[in-house]
Design a protein around this ligand. Structure first.
Ligand code: MN3
Length: 245
């Protein structure tokens, strides 16, 4: 990573809204594959590789689900985000904004998908090898302060994730302005989230994330998912937001 790129990520990470949060919180994942091109400042988003093998999260998340999820679903969001940002650049060049609402919505949907999945792969690790257990350090302290106990946090987060209407995510956000943790839901990958905070942990509860193994039992999937949560990465995500607050 060049010094320029580091600066670029640091600066944009300071804004927690919209596209800035996408670049900031996904930091390294985006930096790994995103090259700036000389075509009006467009970023060509690329699919980050999984940080482990497709079968590494078994038996909690099966190999086939991971392969389809990463190679097809996430790849589709990357493609869609590039297309949306290109279309918006073309609209500016042509001075024709007739489709600005359409492409803005596409950019939010696919951009949310790219950001959340980039985070999702990293906040998981093989059980017993970085995955599972409980957080430590500052994160453990904040969870206890804001939720009462780790178990209460888990119950709240699990209920929020299970209760998402239709497709979406259960999320743990960090809000730099007052240093609080928030449990939130997202519908699809971009609705219901407030400004001023960014996700540091998330579980995908779209059916594509669990249906092959758990069918319609979203609650069982969520219960097993805790076995693969990479708390060190969650702590790092929080620390990266603290730096820019
Ligand atoms: Mn997904």
């Amino acid at each position: 990573m060049t010094e320029t790129r580091r600066e670029f990520l640091g600066t944009t990470g300071a804004g927690l809204a919209g596209a800035a949060a996408i670049i900031g919180a996904a930091g390294t994942a985006f930096a790994a594959g995103s090259g700036m091109k000389g075509d009006g400042g467009l970023t060509e988003h690329t699919l980050p590789p999984l940080p482990y093998a497709y079968d590494a999260l078994e038996p909690f998340i099966d190999e086939k689900t991971m392969k389809i999820h990463h190679d097809k679903h996430h790849a589709g969001y990357v493609k869609g985000l590039n297309a949306a940002e290109k279309a918006l650049a073309e609209a500016r060049a042509a001075g024709n904004f007739d489709l600005v609402q359409h492409w803005s919505r596409k950019a939010a949907f696919t951009g949310g998908g790219h950001f959340l999945h980039s985070m999702f792969w990293k906040v998981m690790a093989p059980a017993g090898k970085g995955g599972g257990g409980e957080p430590g350090g500052a994160l453990a302290h904040l969870i206890k302060r804001d939720f009462g106990s780790f178990d209460t946090f888990k119950a709240h987060f699990s209920a929020a994730a299970k209760g998402v209407e239709g497709s979406g995510w259960g999320l743990l956000h960090y809000r730099p302005a007052d240093g609080r943790l928030l449990v939130l839901q997202a519908e699809n990958q971009h609705k219901l989230s407030p400004w001023g905070s960014a996700p540091i942990l998330g579980i995908d509860v779209w059916e594509h994330a669990y249906y092959l193994n758990y069918q319609n039992n979203r609650g069982a999937y969520i219960k097993q998912w805790w076995n693969v949560v990479n708390w060190d990465q969650v702590s790092k995500n929080m620390a990266s937001l603290k730096k820019v607050a």
